[in-house]
Design a protein around this ligand. Structure first.
Ligand SMILES: [Mn+2]
Length: 379
């Protein structure tokens, strides 16, 4: 009888230990740990090292990594970008936000993102990294660049635990699920490792073809505000060993910083670049004089470069940005985003971009209907 009791106790204890183990491991690999600040490399490396490259189909549950670099006042923009990605994540794809930030901003990110995790059933995880230059040639990098300016050029060596990422400028917002642009990674051919949109759509307004004093990609150059990166392939290419010589050679000709470096690199390696259409990096340049970006399925990601989210020059850019800022999670996207914008935009407007309201709202309108809450949005 006694032996039986011991056996039972042993069995129960083992079972509980097993449950706890499954719980911990499951939790860790699915969600990561929010406290990965300062130890992100070590911890994250272990957690995702075995994750398979997303070369084939995009299976349900594939984690999508969105990277942003935030310095100074840019951290509010970065948070708003993250908020928009969560808002329009109607497929509820697991998202991982990778934030590279100044030390003093880390706590702000953590507070906000921890709150949002609670409100969104932890549909996303995040990790915060310090601004970091590669060890090789570290001193030279430090001398050449301001800490934030060229950080994204070093993502292949900084994020060794990730196979692919979507890099976005902090001055972008999503109007579509991140999953949609992420699937473009599968359209890369065997040699391509980065995806970007053209800088311009027409030669008369192009900057690179009229003013650049350095080589650039294609006819009109590319814009670096939204960039898909296959980090594994970039590492194989020895990406960073290509960046430094370009900088040394062209530093006096560079006007747009790291974007110009990317343009020089892809000028010499055009086979490495996948060019995606303008609706994935929609800027005021696409509409301010006349509409030059067709966006047949609507505008997917807006890029408020040159401060358009914060000025009244093209009201719809500012309106979309502030409406996302004021949105609260778990509330109705139709009523609190789509209808708010429809009602707030003053039409007729002198702004050509405002006239394209329907293009901006096309994707959200398709999926968010009246009285439908984001929790019950299309799965
Ligand atoms: Mn930008």
């Amino acid at each position: 009888m006694k032996a039986y009791k011991y056996l039972l106790l042993l069995a129960v204890t083992s079972f509980l230990l097993l449950c706890y183990y499954i719980y911990r491991v499951g939790n860790a690999t699915t969600y990561g740990e929010p406290d990965s600040v300062n130890q992100a490399f070590g911890v994250a490396n272990k957690l995702v090292a075995q994750r398979k490259p997303s070369e084939d189909a995009l299976p349900n549950g594939t984690e999508i990594a969105v990277v942003v670099v935030a310095c100074n006042e840019r951290h509010n923009e970065a948070l708003n970008m993250i908020k928009s990605a969560i808002m329009f994540n109607r497929n509820r794809a697991p998202l991982r936000f990778v934030i590279i930030a100044e030390e003093k901003l880390k706590i702000n990110f953590m507070e906000k993102l921890n709150d949002w995790q609670e409100l969104t059933e932890r549909i996303f995880t995040y990790e915060i990294h310090s601004l970091t230059f590669p060890r090789a040639n570290q001193d030279e990098w430090r001398k050449l660049f301001k800490p934030c300016a060229a950080q994204r050029l070093f993502l292949p060596s900084l994020l060794t635990h990730l196979d692919a990422v979507l890099y976005v400028d902090s001055d972008t917002v999503f109007l579509s699920p991140v999953q949609e642009i992420w699937t473009l990674l599968q359209n890369f051919n065997a040699s391509q490792f980065a995806g970007m949109a053209p800088e311009h759509e027409d030669k008369n307004a192009g900057w690179y073809n009229r003013f650049a004093r350095h080589p650039y990609y294609g006819e009109l150059g590319v814009n670096s505000g939204v960039m898909l990166m296959n980090l594994t392939r970039m590492r194989e290419f020895r990406w960073e060993e290509h960046i430094l010589p370009i900088f040394r050679e062209y530093r006096l000709q560079l006007v747009w910083g790291d974007q110009d470096i990317l343009n020089v690199l892809f000028h010499y390696h055009p086979d490495r670049l996948f060019v995606f259409p303008c609706e994935w990096n929609y800027r005021a340049d696409h509409c301010m004089y006349m509409s030059v970006c067709e966006a047949p399925d609507g505008v997917k990601i807006i890029h408020g470069n040159r401060g358009y989210f914060h000025s009244r020059a093209q009201p719809i850019f500012n309106l979309i940005y502030t409406t996302i800022e004021e949105y609260t999670f778990r509330s109705d996207v139709y009523g609190n985003f789509i209808r708010t914008i429809e009602e707030s935009l003053v039409l007729p407007s002198n702004s050509n971009c405002d006239k394209l309201l329907d293009k901006f709202l096309q994707d959200p309108r398709k999926y968010f209907k009246e009285n439908q809450y984001d929790d019950t949005a299309q799965q």
